[in-house]
Design a binder for this molecule. Structure first.
Ligand SMILES: Cc1ncc(COP(=O)(O)O)c(C=O)c1O
Length: 383
C-alpha cells in the first residue's frame, strides 16, 4: 500500500534533534524550552492529594469548573475582561492542542493563514492538515517588530486567520497595544479571525506589560486566545493549557476539542485550580523571577564574544555568534557548540520559511537553575 504523507515536509523537530544531540554529548541543554528546576511543593502536593482522593476519571469536556473559574478570575483581574468561565474558557491538554483545535475550527480548504516568521513550529502543520496555506511574513530583523504595511499587502479575499504570538518565541519581542490597534484596523472590514498564542503572558521584563488580545475589546470579538499552565507553573510536562474565545466561537472550538482529546487530564486540573485559588498573586512575581535569570545569563555573557540585546520577555535569549564563527550557518553552529563545547541551543533559521541572509542567531533558554546558568556562562565565555 502507498502511504501518502499528509505532512511530507515534516521530520523530527529540531527541538528533539538538539535534545538528542545534547544527551549524546552530555551537553548543557539550553535548547528546548523547559525549566530544569521543579514546580512548587504546594502544587505537587495538590496533585498527589487529588490522585489519592480518586480524581482519576474523565473530567468535564470543557474543563474542571473550578479551574475555569480561576482562569476567568485571573483574566478579569489582569485584563479587565469579564469572560464567562462557562461559555468562554475551555481547558485543553496543553496549548498545542488548543492551537490545533482553533486552526481546525477556523481554517477551511483553500484558506490562507498569515503567520509571522520566525514562527513557532506547530502552526503550519495544523494549517496544512486543515487544507489551508500559511502566508509567511517576516518580522523586521531589527527588534522583530511587525511591518504592518507588509501585512496589509498580504491580505487577500482568501485570508481567513491571522496567528500572532506575543510574548514572542523565539525573539522575546512584544506586540504593543498600538500594534493590536493597527491589526484591528486592518482586518475590521474583513471576515478574518485571530488566533493569539500568549503562552508566555506572565514572562515580561523591565517593567513592561503584556498587551493581551483579551484586553482588546474589538479584537477579542473575533479571537481565540491560547495560554499554557506549563509555562506559568513550571510544569511543561503536565501538558495543560486553555483557550478563551467569545461564546459562539467557543461552542465551535469545543466541537473539535471533544473529538481530539475530549478533555484534559483530571487531577492536574484540580491541582492547578487549588494552587491558583490559594496563590492568586503567584503570577505577579514571575516577571522578577525570570528577569533575574535573564540578567544572570546576560551578565555572565557580558565579556563573551556573543553579542545580544537582553530579551524583553519569554524565557529565551537570542545570541549573535558572528564574532566567533561567521563561516558556519546557525544549524552548523548549534551542532558545533553542542559537540565541541557541550552547550545545546536552537538555530533561529528553523523558525523561518525563508531564513534571512546574514543572520547568525541562536536561541538559548534561561529557565534554568543558578548553577546551570553559571556553568553555561563560563563555557560560553571561553569560546
Ligand atoms: C509559542 C508557543 N506556543 C505554544 C507552546 C506549547 O505549549 P504547551 O506545552 O502548553 O502545549 C509553546 C511551547 O514551547 C510555545 O513556545
Amino acid at each position: 500500500m502507498l502511504l501518502q504523507s499528509k505532512l511530507p515536509q515534516v521530520g523530527l523537530t529540531i527541538f528533539t534533534q538538539m535534545s538528542q544531540l545534547a544527551n549524546a554529548h552530555n551537553a548543557l541543554n539550553l535548547s528546548q524550552g523547559f525549566p530544569d528546576f521543579d514546580a512548587s511543593e504546594a502544587l505537587k502536593e495538590a496533585l498527589q492529594r487529588h490522585v489519592q482522593a480518586g480524581q482519576n476519571q474523565y473530567a468535564a469536556m470543557t474543563g474542571v469548573p473550578a479551574l475555569r473559574e480561576q482562569v476567568a478570575s485571573k483574566i478579569a483581574r489582569l485584563y479587565r475582561n469579564p469572560v464567562s468561565a462557562e461559555h468562554e474558557v475551555t481547558i485543553t491538554p496543553g496549548a498545542t492542542q488548543a492551537l490545533f483545535c482553533a486552526i481546525q475550527t477556523l481554517v477551511r480548504v483553500g484558506d490562507e493563514v498569515i503567520v509571522f516568521d520566525p514562527c513557532y513550529d506547530s502552526y503550519e502543520p495544523a494549517v496544512t492538515l486543515a487544507g489551508g496555506r500559511c502566508v509567511h511574513i517576516a518580522l523586521n530583523s531589527e527588534g522583530f517588530s511587525v511591518d504592518w504595511q507588509m501585512f496589509a499587502e498580504a491580505l487577500t479575499d482568501k485570508t481567513r486567520l491571522v496567528i500572532i504570538n506575543s510574548p514572542h518565541n523565539p525573539s522575546g519581542a512584544l506586540l504593543s497595544h498600538a500594534d493590536l490597534n493597527q491589526l484591528a484596523e486592518l482586518i475590521r472590514e474583513r471576515d478574518i479571525y485571530l488566533l493569539s498564542d500568549e503562552v508566555y503572558e506572565h514572562l515580561v521584563f523591565d517593567g513592561q506589560s503584556h498587551s493581551s488580545v483579551l484586553a482588546h475589546e474589538e479584537l477579542y470579538q473575533r479571537s481565540c486566545v491560547v495560554s499554557s499552565f506549563g509555562k506559568t507553573y513550571h510544569v511543561t510536562g503536565w501538558k495543560t493549557g486553555y483557550m478563551v474565545a467569545p461564546a459562539k466561537l467557543t461552542a465551535e472550538l469545543r466541537k473539535v476539542h471533544q473529538y481530539v482529546s475530549f478533555c484534559a487530564v483530571t487531577p492536574m486540573q484540580h491541582a492547578l485550580a487549588d494552587f491558583m485559588q490559594a496563590q492568586p498573586q503567584y503570577v505577579d512575581q514571575l516577571p522578577a523571577f525570570y528577569q533575574q535569570k535573564r540578567d544572570q545569563l546576560c551578565q555572565a555573557l557580558q565579556h563573551s564574544r556573543f553579542s545580544f540585546t537582553p530579551s524583553a520577555s519569554t524565557y529565551f535569549q537570542l545570541l549573535d555568534y558572528r564574532q566567533i564563527r561567521d563561516d558556519l550557518s546557525d544549524v552548523e553552529m548549534a551542532h558545533w557548540l553542542t559537540v565541541e563545547h557541550g552547550v545545546a541551543s536552537i538555530p533561529l533559521s528553523v523558525f523561518y520559511q525563508q531564513p534571512p541572509k546574514d543572520q547568525f542567531l541562536l536561541r538559548v533558554c534561561f529557565a534554568k537553575r543558578e548553577d546551570t546558568l553559571t556553568l553555561a556562562g563560563e563555557v560560553l565565555c571561553a569560546i
